[in-house]
Design a protein around this ligand. Structure first.
Ligand code: BG6
Length: 519
C-alpha cells in the first residue's frame, strides 16, 4: 500500500472494534480523510459503499477520525440518511450496534443537484464544518457514484467551486464504470477530467479487481515456481472466463437499457479478468509496472480483432424460472421497452497475438438471469501427448483444468485425472479444492469495494484502470457494439431465464471442437 504520510497503527479502535480482521493479517488504518459520495441516495451507495465503510470500520481499518458527506438529490437530512443506511447495513452485514453508532456519527448528507452552483457552495461549507468538528486534515476523495452522464459536469463543478484543490492535503477522484460509452466519448471525458485532476489523482474503479481471487491469480502464478512455466501456448489448450448472474436487472432498467451487457460487463470486468489471466510478469508489483502489462494484453487482442459476426453471440433473456419461481423476461421487466433489443448476454472468442498466447482461444461469456451466480476463470490444459492407459472414452476425462473461482466460495480448483480404486486401472477426473474460508479462517472477508476504498485512502492505484487501459478496452469492444447496434437481432429473447444462455453460445465453442465447462 502506498502510504503518503505517517499513519496511526491499528490497535484498539473506538467502538470496541476488532483491530485487524481474523486471518486478514496486520493492517494499519489509513490517514484521516473525508469521503464525498456523489449519488449518495442511489443504489450503489446503499448496496456497496456504506456497507463497505461499515466492514472497514468493523475490522478497525477505517481512518480515525473519518467522515463521509453524501451529496445527491433527495429528501434526506443527516438523521434520515443515517436511518436509511442503517437498514442497508443491517440487511447485508453482521451488524453490531456499537460499530454502527461509531460510523454513523460521521455520516452526513447534503441535498443538491449535480449541476447547481449553489449546491456545491453548500457542500463546500458543510465539508469545512465537518472537517473542523472532527479534526480531519484537508484530505478528501470524491466518489462519483452518480449516473455516468454527470461525471464530466461534476468534475467541472468541483473545479469551479474550488473543491478540487487542497489547501494542505490531497484530493482524489473515484469514478465508476462505464467510463464513456465508446472510445471517443471516453477520450472526451478523460480530457475533461484531466483538465482538473492529474492521472495520479484519478481512480477508475472496477470492483472485480478488488476480489481476493483476482489478486490471488497473480500470487498463484508469480509466487509459485510450478505454474508459470506451463502458462503458455505449449501447455494451455484454451481459457474460459464465465461471469454468470442469476438475477435479472432488478430496478436498474434506466441504466441498463442505455448500457447493455457489453458496456456494463465486457468492456471492464471481463477484459480485466482476461488481463489478469494473460498478463506477463511485471518487473515489480507497483502501479506502473502492473498497469503497463495489462495494457499490453489488450494491445495483443487488438492485433487481430475478433469478428463480431463470427466470434460473438448476443442474447436477451426471456421468461423462465429462477430457484423454482417464475420470472419475467427482460422485455417484461419494469421500465423496459417491450420491444427492447438491449443484449443481456454476450459470449465471445478472443485471441491474443503475442509470443505466449498465439493460437490459444480465450472464450468469454457473461449474462443476466443465467442458471446460477458463478464467476470463474478456467485454464484448460492440453491433453497428454500419449496415454498408455486403456480408456473407454477419452472425452470422459476432462483432463487438467485449473479454475479460479471468484464467487461463490472464492478459491482455486485443480481438476486432474486419478486412478479409480479397484483391481484394474480405471481413470477418473477428480478435483482438488482450495477455499479461502477453510484455508485462512476468513469467513467473511471484506467485500471487493471495501478493499478498493481502502486503496484510495492509501493512495494505491494498482487495482484501478489507467486511461490508456480504458482506451484500449474500448478499442477491443467498439466494433462489437457498432455491429450489434447497427443490426437489430431477429431472435430476441433467445434464452430462457435460468438457463446457460442461447444455443449459439454453445455452438461458438462446438465449432472449435470444445464445450463450455459444466458448472
Ligand atoms: C456491476 C454491474 O458492475 O457488477 C452489474 O453493473 C453486475 O450489472 C455487477 O450485476 C456484478 O458484480 P458482482 O460482484 O455481484 O459479481
Amino acid at each position: 500500500m502506498g502510504a503518503e504520510e505517517e499513519r496511526p497503527t491499528a490497535g484498539t479502535s473506538p467502538g470496541g472494534i476488532e483491530a485487524s480482521g481474523a486471518g486478514l493479517g496486520e493492517i494499519s488504518p489509513p490517514a484521516p480523510c473525508v469521503m464525498v459520495i456523489f449519488g449518495a441516495a442511489g443504489d450503489l451507495t446503499h448496496r456497496e459503499l456504506i456497507p463497505s465503510l461499515y466492514e472497514l470500520a468493523s475490522k478497525g481499518l477505517l481512518p480515525e477520525p473519518f467522515a463521509m458527506v453524501g451529496y445527491s438529490l433527495g429528501d434526506y437530512d443527516d438523521e434520515s440518511f443515517r436511518d436509511a443506511m442503517r437498514k442497508s447495513v443491517q440487511e447485508q452485514c453482521s451488524f453490531r450496534e456499537e460499530t454502527w453508532r461509531h460510523l454513523a456519527g460521521g455520516l452526513h448528507f447534503v441535498a443538491g443537484d449535480f449541476k447547481s452552483e449553489d449546491g456545491y457552495r453548500r457542500l463546500s461549507k458543510r465539508l469545512e464544518e465537518v472537517r473542523k468538528q472532527r479534526g480531519i486534515p484537508d484530505n478528501v476523495f470524491f466518489h462519483l457514484a452518480a449516473p455516468p452522464p454527470f461525471f464530466g459536469p461534476i468534475v467541472e463543478h468541483l473545479d469551479a467551486s474550488g473543491l478540487a484543490r487542497a489547501e494542505d492535503g490531497w484530493r482524489r477522484l473515484v469514478i465508476e464504470k462505464p467510463f464513456g460509452e465508446d472510445r471517443s466519448s471516453a477520450r472526451e471525458l478523460n480530457g475533461r477530467i484531466r483538465a482538473v485532476f492529474d492521472e495520479e489523482q484519478i481512480y477508475r474503479i472496477d470492483h472485480f479487481l478488488g476480489k481476493e481471487t483476482v489478486q490471488n491469480m497473480l500470487v498463484f502464478r508469480f509466487a509459485n515456481p510450478a505454474f508459470e512455466p506451463i502458462w503458455n501456448r505449449n501447455y494451455v489448450d484454451h481459457v474460459q472466463i464465465t461471469v454468470a448472474e442469476d438475477l435479472g436487472i432488478g430496478t436498474r432498467a434506466g441504466f441498463y437499457e442505455e448500457t447493455g451487457v457489453v458496456r456494463d460487463m465486457v468492456q471492464n470486468h471481463l477484459l480485466q479478468l482476461l488481463c489478469m489471466t494473460a498478463i506477463e510478469p511485471p518487473v515489480t508489483f507497483d502501479a506502473s509496472s502492473l498497469r503497463d502489462e495489462t495494457v499490453k494484453v489488450l494491445q495483443a487482442a487488438e492485433v487481430t480483432p475478433f469478428d463480431p459476426e463470427r466470434d460473438a453471440v448476443r442474447g436477451q433473456y426471456g421468461a423462465g424460472t429462477e430457484e423454482g419461481r417464475d420470472v419475467v423476461g427482460y422485455r417484461g421487466e419494469d421500465d423496459v421497452d417491450p420491444g427492447s433489443t438491449t443484449p443481456t448476454f454476450a459470449a465471445l472468442k478472443l485471441t491474443l497475438d503475442n509470443w505466449r498466447w498465439e493460437g490459444v482461444p480465450f472464450y468469454l461469456r457473461t449474462g443476466k438471469r443465467m442458471k446460477r451466480k458463478l464467476t470463474e476463470v478456467a485454464i484448460q490444459f492440453r491433453p497428454t501427448p500419449h496415454l498408455m492407459f486403456q480408456v473407454d472414452d477419452r472425452d470422459d476425462l476432462s483432463g487438467n483444468v485449473l479454475a479460479f473461482r471468484l464467487q461463490p466460495e472464492e478459491g482455486i480448483l485443480q481438476q486432474f485425472v486419478a486412478k479409480q480404486p479397484g483391481p484394474t486401472i480405471r481413470l477418473r477426473s477428480v478435483t482438488m479444492n482450495f477455499g479461502y474460508a477453510t484455508a485462512f479462517g476468513v469467513e467473511e472477508p471484506p467485500r471487493a469495494y471495501a478493499w478498493l476504498i481502502l486503496d484510495v485512502m492509501e493512495g494505491d492505484q494498482r487495482l484501478f484502470a489507467r486511461s490508456d487501459w480504458i482506451d484500449h478496452a474500448w478499442s477491443v469492444v467498439d466494433p462489437l457494439i457498432d455491429c450489434w447496434e447497427s443490426s437489430a437481432p431477429s431472435d430476441f429473447p433467445n434464452y430462457e431465464a435460468g438457463s446457460w444462455g442461447p444455443a449459439a453460445s454453445d455452438e461458438l465453442l462446438a465449432r472449435d471442437g470444445r464445450s463450455w465447462r459444466a458448472l
